[in-house]
Ligand binder design. Sequence first.
Ligand SMILES: Nc1ncnc2c1ncn2[C@@H]1O[C@H](COP(=O)(O)OP(=O)(O)O)[C@@H](O)[C@H]1O
Ligand SMILES: [Mg+2]
Length: 366
Amino acid sequence: MIISRLELSDFRNYNELSINLSSGTNILFGDNAQGKTNILEAIYLSATTKSHKGSKDSDIIRFGSEEAHIRTILSNNEYESRIDMHLRKNKSKGIAIDGVRLKKASELLGLLNVVFFSPEDLSIVKDGPSVRRRFIDMELCQLDKFYIYNLNNYNKIINQRNKLLKDMVNVPELKETLKIWDMQLINYGTKIIERRISFINNLNEIIKDIHKNLTGGRETLKIKYEPNSTLDNYESRLNNSIDMDIRYKSTSIGPHRDDISFIVKKENGEEIDIRVYGSQGQQRTAALSLKLSEIELVKKITGDTPVLLLDDVLSELDNNRQNYLLDSIGNIQTIITCTGLDEFVNHRFEIDKVFKVTDGKLESMD
Ligand SMILES: Nc1ncnc2c1ncn2[C@@H]1O[C@H](COP(=O)(O)OP(=O)(O)O)[C@@H](O)[C@H]1O
Ligand SMILES: [Mg+2]
């Protein structure tokens, strides 16, 4: 699926915008704070219903306006499709596909797949566990409708359970009701753990070759799931931690405390956890491998090619990695933001459309 057209109204710093995109490489360039990333955000919303940076709808609506609209026209070889998204200040968003309103936002998932790559992604290996969990969650939500359902329910129950733990200080009898919450928590939590296990298995099958190529055969990368609890010990660990949870008024056991590690095996067979012992270069290369694997994983699971959104990321990479990235893109639709065109001048790769972004307006340069 490709995006052939994007229309925005009262979205971030755009009053009205409508652009036609190429099915190849599209460049948006311009100074800082002009609205380049905002366009990628609109596309990300059309694919996932959420902002890539987790912004609320009310922050996305243009200052002084009451609502925002995004219209995305998609096409593949056989047909066209239209996504309309309507953001309102104090209500949930309205979404329609080809004019038919969706009952739940999650029904949209799967129609358009995107891979978003920003400079922050390059530090995913060295950042804290929450960043890595967010990566897994965002990815799985796109690829798996059941995951988002289980995750939403899990998070709701965690919040309710934590509130109960706080209320228990004054009403100790509430401890009895904890059991009911915990049964549901284990139900949803188990499904999250199962899906994460298979996600990481799938990812490992792909990342191995990518990382090997990227490092010229010097390193092999493996992602290791580090669950807070396993499928076998989750229930008993949760039960055994009840007194501690009451003391700290928060839930200490479960997949909301999971992590993944990045294990690099060197030519001499030595294995290191590069979260802790990797050089910055190693950590960034692993992050790039991860992003490239994401593209392949989406292809494999959905049978569709994702749209690649590269937000200011090329200037962050050295020449080798830049070339590797651009070479791996192949023939998927790509939208690249950057501050200048210089970085492309010496490149052999083809640019199909170029837009200059200035203060919420786009000027086509071709
Ligand atoms: N809700 C909003 N309404 C109007 N302008 C906004 C809103 N949110 C952000 N902006 C403006 O958008 C600009 C930043 O856009 P962004 O796409 O991040 O820029 P860049 O070109 O650097 O990627 C800033 O000028 C900011 O003030
Ligand atoms: Mg930006």
